[in-house]
Write a protein that binds this ligand. Structure first.
Ligand code: GYE
Length: 299
């Protein structure tokens, strides 16, 4: 029988991927990347979908442990609440690799490592662009990601640090919209009602919320991308198209294609190599100068 990393003499190794949800292009691209890479290397991948519920994500991990998968890739929806599930995996000696979002615990102990972007840095880069391109004076709306996620906290932290020494960068409102387009649009509609023409910048923690906000701004005749700068994170195809159309100003990349690096890291671990506590993936920066160059390969 064919032998590859995931296939020992015809026996496929079974590994798990505990996805938090499959809403939006980013999540779908991530799940696809994990599936494609598993197939390429000869593993059987058990992929679950927690449908936005941490309680379901906990039982998904416990089910994977019960069926004795050989490793678990976990994309935590919320930072807190997964420690019990991590302990169950540890007890069964099943290594857990956190991908894309962090969870409470100690790398090398409660889980092997975290693989993902530096979210503080992403927020900081968006913030710096915004200060520069508004001459340090703006009325800012922030649409935050899922409350309780490591990403939302860190993308806020970095942005706030970047605008801190500019006293005329005023935050009018900062509200969660769950990384979702429809919620982003609705929250933005309400904030337009409340703050109207004072709004000159909208910072969204992901592209789906940016696209929702852009619709709300257009409906209110507020000219997104020009009179109101819209700045975001992710770099999905429809966001790059919005940059090309002039509706979105910039988006910092956050690459969802974790398959290759996740399986590389697992196989290094199997070979007994030292795994660093954090593996940070590099992010590009998309604006009107390069969106057209990258749109074709985007997800
Ligand atoms: O930016 C967002 C997704 O966890 C880094 O979650 C990820 C974020 C990503 O839903 O679009």
């Amino acid at each position: 029988a064919r032998t590859s990393a995931g296939n020992e003499g015809g026996r496929k190794k079974v590994v798990g991927f505990a996805q938090m949800e499959n809403n939006g292009p980013w999540r779908i691209a991530e799940t696809k990347s994990m599936r494609d890479e598993a197939a390429k290397r000869g593993y059987e991948l058990v992929a679950t979908d927690a449908q936005t519920q941490t309680s379901k994500q906990i039982s998904d991990v416990e089910d994977m442990v019960a069926r004795k998968v050989e490793a678990i890739f976990l994309a935590p929806r919320e930072f807190e609440g997964l420690d019990g599930a991590l302990a169950v995996a540890k007890q069964a000696k099943i290594p857990v690799f956190l991908i894309d979002r962090e969870a409470a615990g100690t790398p090398g102990q409660d889980y092997v490592t975290f693989i993902g972007s530096n979210f503080v840095e992403e927020g900081r880069r968006v913030g710096e662009w915004t200060v520069k391109n508004t001459n340090g004076a703006a009325g800012i709306i922030i649409l935050e990601g899922t409350a309780g996620s490591s990403v939302a906290l860190d993308r806020n932290k970095g942005f706030l640090a970047a605008i801190k020494s500019s006293p005329d960068m005023k935050i009018l409102a900062s509200q969660p919209a769950d990384f979702a387009r429809a919620t982003g649009q609705k929250v933005m509609e309400n904030l337009i009602q409340a703050h109207g023409k004072k709004i000159t910048v909208v910072y969204t923690h992901n592209d789906e919320m940016a696209l929702g906000a852009i619709q709300a701004l257009k409906a209110a005749g507020m000219n997104p991308g020009k009179a109101v700068k819209v700045v975001s994170v992710d770099g999905q195809k429809s966001a790059l198209e919005a940059i090309i159309a002039g509706d979105l100003n910039v988006t910092v990349e956050c690459n969802p294609r974790f398959g290759p690096i996740a399986f590389d890291t697992y196989e290094k671990y199997l070979r007994g190599e030292q795994i660093p506590p954090k593996i940070i993936v590099p992010d590009k920066f998309f604006d009107s100068s390069n969106a057209a160059q990258f749109v074709a390969e985007a997800y």
